[in-house]
Ligand binder design. Structure first.
Ligand code: DAT
Ligand code: MG
Length: 140
């Protein structure tokens, strides 16, 4: 299979809680390569593009507000099957439902807020990965 790239974000909750190292450790332990790692404070424009598919949904505004609440660690990871493989490491979107052994299952929970603070983002297809990498790492 072809080597893929994916965009991973450690969201502001993960940075605030000091979990960036543990999350990157799991990505590397799985055998994926880190091609770029940068702490960024997202802008509203960047998030509008990144989350365009969710515009109009009830959780969209709180999601963007949460993503603006602090720095995010943006990462490009590479490897065969890394797109599906990272989503498998991340676990289900809802941290309460995410299986133990996954990033969300082990380290995230429902804090009673409107937006699930589920620690990480991972691209869901090769097209999304290239689109999202262009947003967070222009030119890469
Ligand atoms: P994922 O991050 O697993 O790809 P997604 O793309 O469907 O999930 O949604 C993007 C983010 O939006 C998700 O990580 C958390 C938030 N979100 C999704 N569905 C939600 C919901 N029903 N209530 C609150 N937040 C939600
Ligand atoms: Mg998604």
């Amino acid at each position: 299979p072809a080597i893929e790239r994916t965009l991973i974000l450690v969201k502001p909750d993960g940075v605030r809680r000091g979990l960036t190292g543990e999350i990157l450790r799991r990505v590397e332990a799985k055998g994926y390569t880190l091609a770029a790692v940068e702490l960024q404070h997202a802008t509203p424009d960047q998030l509008a593009t990144h989350y365009a598919e969710h515009e109009g949904k009830p959780f969209y505004a709180p999601l963007v507000e949460f993503m603006l609440s602090g720095p995010t660690l943006a990462v490009i990871a590479e490897g065969q099957g890394v797109i599906a493989g990272f989503r498998s490491l991340a676990g289900a979107t809802d941290p309460t439902a995410a299986a133990p052994g996954t990033i969300r299952g082990d380290m995230a929970r429902d804090w009673g807020l409107k937006v699930q603070q589920n620690l990480v983002h991972g691209s869901d297809s090769p097209e999304s990965a290239e689109r999202e990498i262009a947003i967070w790492f222009p030119g890469r």
